[in-house]
Design a binder for this molecule. Structure first.
Ligand code: PLP
Length: 369
């Protein structure tokens, strides 16, 4: 059996190597490295995959979130509601813009923002909600959209789809479930490039036009700056690589789901909690995350058998030192806090083999029993 990697990026490259190498060479020969045709074509292809009118490529998924918040004119002192248990980026860009991240606990089964706990956090200062679609499954977007609509004020929803691109919610694609959505092409994401990359999605033409300007210094035409923007562009080389990966993406999603089903069958045990996928939803399993008691021991013992694991994420965001001034304390978000103590992710990719999964399951079951 070959070595188990947490994510098999090298195997993926080998599978598409001829096409990827050619695409990179074509960009090098074209002399067009920033924006240009590759980026434009990729944006169009991704728009049709997601089902949105507009995709704007940018430098990474964090910038994509920042651009989305800038597009809706988030100002210092505004409040933006987001999940307390997630990757740091959403809370980070909210704070960077001088706005206040307002945290909500997560659902104990999906680990996504608990939609039932959002309404109580809405104030007259609330301008947006950023639900993060964690581990490859979307948040409960219909419910979240309805809460915003019922609030009687203008509240934008921005789905952070960095981990869920390719997942579906009631038949619709992640990224097409709210006014704005963002994603990341960081190499380990379900649709990754070979460096940094990201995108913003929208059906709204005015917002899309503004984001197209904001991501290039707020220019509306060359050297005419309508806004104070940022410099955040998708490289042509990354777009060319992404165009190839996008062709294989539906098949890779299927392979990831097959791998997840296999874990599901292999890992039946009273001593761990397996992923839960909500009704009418599919996951792309950006992570295959389970909960176990005594996690550190489990991780150590698996490592002794050359099984790599990861923890997404060991500390909920309200307890991060940089947000101490917000005044949250341990116990404020009990589900997030317990999850952070028990969660761990197993190796997952479209290229993991049944043999590798059997080996992982065998050792994992032994360790937790
Ligand atoms: C990876 C990730 C991001 C940030 O993407 P980058 O491209 O690394 O900036 C944002 N949100 C979530 C949920 C992520 O997983």
């Amino acid at each position: 059996m070959k070595n188990i990697n947490f994510i098999d990026l090298a195997d993926q490259y080998q599978a598409y190597k001829t096409d990827v190498d050619q695409a990179i060479a074509d960009v090098l020969n074209s002399g067009q490295f920033i924006l240009g045709n590759e980026v434009k074509t990729f944006e169009q292809e991704l728009s049709s995959f997601v089902g949105v009118a507009h995709t704007i490529g940018c430098a990474n998924g964090t910038d994509a979130l920042q651009l989305a918040l800038m597009a809706i004119d988030i100002q210092p002192g505004d409040e933006v509601i987001t999940s307390v248990f997630s990757f740091f980026a959403a809370a980070e860009v909210i704070a960077l813009l001088g706005a206040i991240p307002v945290f909500v606990d997560v659902d104990e089964k999906t680990y996504n923002i608990d939609a039932d706990k959002i309404a109580e956090k809405i104030t007259s200062k609330t301008k947006a909600i950023v639900p993060v679609s964690l581990y490859g499954q979307t948040a409960d977007m219909d419910k979240i959209n309805a809460i915003a609509a019922q609030s009687g004020q203008q509240i934008y929803i921005i789905e952070d789809a960095a981990q869920s691109l390719g997942a579906t919610y009631h038949g619709k694609q992640s990224g097409n479930l709210s006014t704005l959505a963002t994603t990341s092409f960081f190499p380990s994401k379900p649709l990754g490039c070979y460096g940094d990359g990201g995108a913003v999605f929208s059906q709204d033409e005015a917002l899309a036009t503004k984001i197209r300007s904001l991501h290039r210094h707020g220019e509306t035409k060359r050297y005419e700056h309508q806004y104070v923007g940022i410099n955040s562009r998708l490289d042509a080389i990354q777009a060319a690589i992404l165009r190839i990966k996008l062709q294989h993406f539906p098949e890779e999603i299927q392979q990831r789901q097959i791998a997840a089903d296999r874990y599901q069958q292999l890992l039946q045990s009273d001593n761990m909690v397996l992923p839960y996928i909500a009704e009418n939803c599919t996951s792309v399993y950006a992570q295959y995350s389970i909960r176990v008691p005594d996690r550190e021991r489990v991780i150590t013992e698996l490592k002794q058998h050359d099984i790599p694991t990861a923890v997404h994420y060991p500390k909920p965001i309200h307890l991060q030192p940089c947000f101490a001034h917000l005044g949250y304390k341990p116990g404020d978000f009990p589900i997030a806090e317990t999850t952070a103590e028990e969660i761990m992710s197993l190796p997952m990719s479209a290229f993991i083999t049944a043999e590798q999964q059997q080996y992982i399951a065998e050792h994992l079951l032994k360790v937790v029993s």
